[in-house]
Design a protein around this ligand. Structure first.
Ligand code: MMA
Ligand code: CA
Length: 298
């Protein structure tokens, strides 16, 4: 047995560095082992040397394979460790990136949130201002509506006043001045009493004829006109509307006839404008134009 290792080279160098060398030399020795010529000298018995040789070779092969296996395992472990390490590093880097991205996004979102909050506040202020303005406009609208109502009423009043004035002006145009008095000639026809009432409303009364000039003046209107003369209080006693008795008269011939037996004729009218004497007594309910007189205070 000892003889098998006679030619085996002794590993050189320090024992600490020897390991690798031993490993390498294991294979180197294998060849040596194979090429060794058995030393037939000595006390070794034929047959028993062969067995030992086989055993040793098997052990060497086994050891070699074991070493190979261990080495492979080591390599695999180193590989796996390195791989795991780099994967972990990569994952860490990715996580770091993700973290940075998330942080950045978070900051962006914070800025956006702040901007939106600011905008929201601005909008709230705008909204409040608009509501205030709306209130003011509502108040103004109400005031204007009230004013419009007032103006509408005033407009209606002014329109009515204008119409009244128009009517007054129209009426005024119907007054004619003659010799110290104003005379109004109607444009409608009414009963004697209604005619008198109209004159009284105009601060006047039916015409009282005191002179020949006044009598002639009535003829120019060329109409049948009620005058302020009546005998309705006492038949046959003619009196002017101011209560004065009739002294000078201008009866047409045959008048006043009173149409006795046919109807009552208690009111005097100008019947024939073309004649100087043109009065007639007539039924007071008949519809006639009329003439009012108003004395002018000088
Ligand atoms: C009418 C009427 C009378 C008047 C006569 C004159 C027919 O009646 O006006 O009052 O006296 O005419 O003819
Ligand atoms: Ca008559």
């Amino acid at each position: 047995m000892d003889q098998l290792y006679v030619n085996v080279q002794k590993p050189s160098g320090k024992p600490s560095k020897r390991k690798g060398v031993v490993k390498e030399n294991i294979y180197a020795n294998e060849e040596v082992i194979h090429t060794l010529v058995p030393n037939t000298t000595g006390i070794a018995l034929p047959g028993a040397g062969d067995e030992r040789k086989h055993f040793c070779r098997g052990a060497a092969v086994f050891l070699g394979l074991l070493c190979l296996l261990l080495l492979s395992g080591l390599v695999v472990l180193v590989f796996l460790f390195t791989k795991g390490n780099s994967e972990r590093k990569m994952e860490m880097a990715l996580l770091h990136n993700s973290y940075n991205n998330v942080t950045r996004e978070r900051n962006d979102l914070q800025i956006s949130y702040n901007n939106v909050t600011r905008e929201r506040n601005d909008l709230q202020i705008s909204y409040n201002n608009l509501m205030k303005e709306l209130d003011q406009l509502q108040t103004r609208y109400n005031n204007l509506a009230e004013e419009q109502d007032r103006l509408q009423k005033r407009f209606e009043n002014v329109t009515k006043e204008t119409n009244d004035l128009q009517k007054k002006l129209q009426d005024h145009k119907q007054w004619v001045y003659f010799s110290g008095s104003l005379y109004y000639i109607s444009s409608q026809q009414k009963s004697w009493q209604q005619s008198r009432d109209d004159c009284l409303q105009r601060n006047a009364d039916l015409l009282i004829i005191n002179s020949k000039e006044e009598q002639d003046f009535t003829r120019r209107f060329k109409r049948l006109l009620w005058i302020g003369l009546t005998d309705r209080e006492r038949e046959g006693t003619w009196k002017w509307v101011d209560g004065s008795p009739l002294t000078t008269s201008y009866w047409d011939s045959g008048e006043p006839n009173g149409m006795s037996g046919v109807r009552d004729e208690d009111c005097a009218e100008i019947k024939y404008p073309e004649k100087e004497n043109n009065w007639n007594d007539e039924c007071c309910d008949f519809q006639r134009f009329w003439i009012c007189e108003k004395t002018v205070a000088l």
